[in-house]
Design a protein around this ligand. Structure first.
Ligand code: NAD
Ligand code: DAU
Length: 339
């Protein structure tokens, strides 16, 4: 089979490619990525020369380029990771989120319609459900929870999900959608909470915690997310939504303190800064459906996963130091300079 992976030079997409090449060496992987600020070809360096791998630099919004690639490769499965993924950036500049996350998704699905496909899988997020109150720990997001978004990012992802469901109903496109909680692990771009705190800790820089640090996220090791997507795209039911999460809820401040402890630094580095606009309080996934239908359960517990992740950032300084030395400095100054 040929599997087209969009956004494979980013965090989860690259981990997914490594997982697929290892688990299914009989399949061919074609990666389409625009290499935005969040995409790094160096991440894929170990697989670039593999005989069953091809990298193509292109924008998913570029209809001609996407159709050309379908003409050449006739993919059996499309797994769509490519997106603008950072909530803070979406608050500053929503336009590119609408363009990539909504219009880009439509272009890809049009190509799937035109050339035929066995499965189109949309990688979505728990953020489409909005947030849950902190004082109701009994509540979780199920696949039936209504869409109720907070940020331009989550709204663009929700719009894409609705479009995917519309293409299924209207054109019979064989789709599936997964909505996952917060991922962590190797190759995550250092703008996100965990790698940002690791990098700042190592440089003895202030650790910017938004608001009071009491917002809760449901953390999942990236490889567990990849396993879930692999199962859904091969065995999941067409037209269905599957939530992915591991019942691992943690407050931001506790994550930051844990990283400080692991790295032997001082909690004096913690700096409470102005809150994110519209900041979601709590995300919590109920993964009962994917467990019951596909037997999926997370395999890496947080205590182990966070140690592995910190170790990876210590062992791969070149990867992230190169990233944060360039354009990222400007972003960091704008985002955190006067916060
Ligand atoms: P990322 O920002 O690390 O990577 C995104 C990738 O998409 C980059 O390689 C980038 O170059 C590429 N890309 C962006 N715009 C493109 C375009 N127009 N054309 C082609 N390529 C483009 O993102 P991530 O954290 O790996 O997230 C991947 C997907 O998973 C996203 O759809 C995101 O919404 C979803 N998701 C992420 C999380 C998480 O915790 N990170 C959780 C649930 C769902
Ligand atoms: O839930 C899934 C989502 O998780 C994905 O859809 C998104 O693509 C992904 O970016 C992530 O969104 P979050 O906004 O939850 O992740 P982020 O790492 O940006 O922030 C996690 C929490 O930490 C959030 O409550 C904001 C807070 N935070 C973040 C940063 C970057 C801080 O307190 N300080 C920071 O500097």
């Amino acid at each position: 089979m040929t599997i087209l992976v969009t956004g494979g030079a980013g965090f989860i997409g690259s981990n997914f490619i490594f997982y697929e090449l290892e688990k299914h060496p009989e399949d061919r992987i074609v990666c389409l990525d625009k290499l935005t600020y969040a995409g790094n070809l160096s991440t894929l360096k170990n697989v670039l020369d593999a005989p069953n791998f091809r990298f193509v630099k292109a924008d998913i919004c570029d209809r001609a380029a996407v159709y050309q690639l379908f003409e050449e490769e006739h993919p059996d499965i499309v797994v769509h990771f490519a997106a603008e993924s950072h909530v803070d950036r979406s608050i500053e500049n929503p336009g590119v989120f609408l363009e990539t996350n909504i219009m880009g998704t439509a272009v890809l699905m049009d190509a799937c319609r035109g050339y035929g496909i066995k499965r189109y899988h949309q990688v979505s997020t728990d953020e489409v459900y909005g947030d849950l109150p902190l004082d109701r720990p009994d509540l979780f997001f199920t696949e039936e929870t209504p869409i109720h978004t907070s940020s331009p990012y989550s709204s663009s992802k929700a719009a894409a999900d609705l479009l995917v469901q519309a293409y299924h109903r209207t054109y019979g496109l064989p789709v599936s959608i997964s909505r996952c909680s917060n991922n962590y692990g190797p190759y995550q771009f250092p703008e996100k909470l965990i790698p940002l705190m690791i990098a700042n800790c190592l440089a003895d820089k202030p650790l910017p915690v938004y608001g009071e640090g009491i917002n809760v996220r449901d953390w999942l090791y990236v490889e567990d997310h990849c396993k879930a997507i692999d199962l859904i795209m091969r065995k999941g039911r067409v037209g269905e939504v599957y939530n992915i999460g591991g019942h691992n809820e943690m407050r931001n401040i506790d994550i930051v303190k844990l990283i400080i402890k692991e790295l032997g630094k001082s909690e004096d580095l913690i700096t409470f800064v102005k809150d994110r606009k519209g900041h979601d309080m709590r995300y919590a996934i109920d993964p009962a459906k994917i467990h019951a239908e596909l037997g999926w359960l997370p395999e890496t517990m947080f205590a182990e996963g966070i140690k592995k992740t910190i170790r990876w950032y210590l062992d791969n300084k070149e990867w992230w130091e190169t990233i944060i030395s360039g354009e990222y400095q400007k972003y960091y100054q704008e985002m955190y300079g006067n916060r």
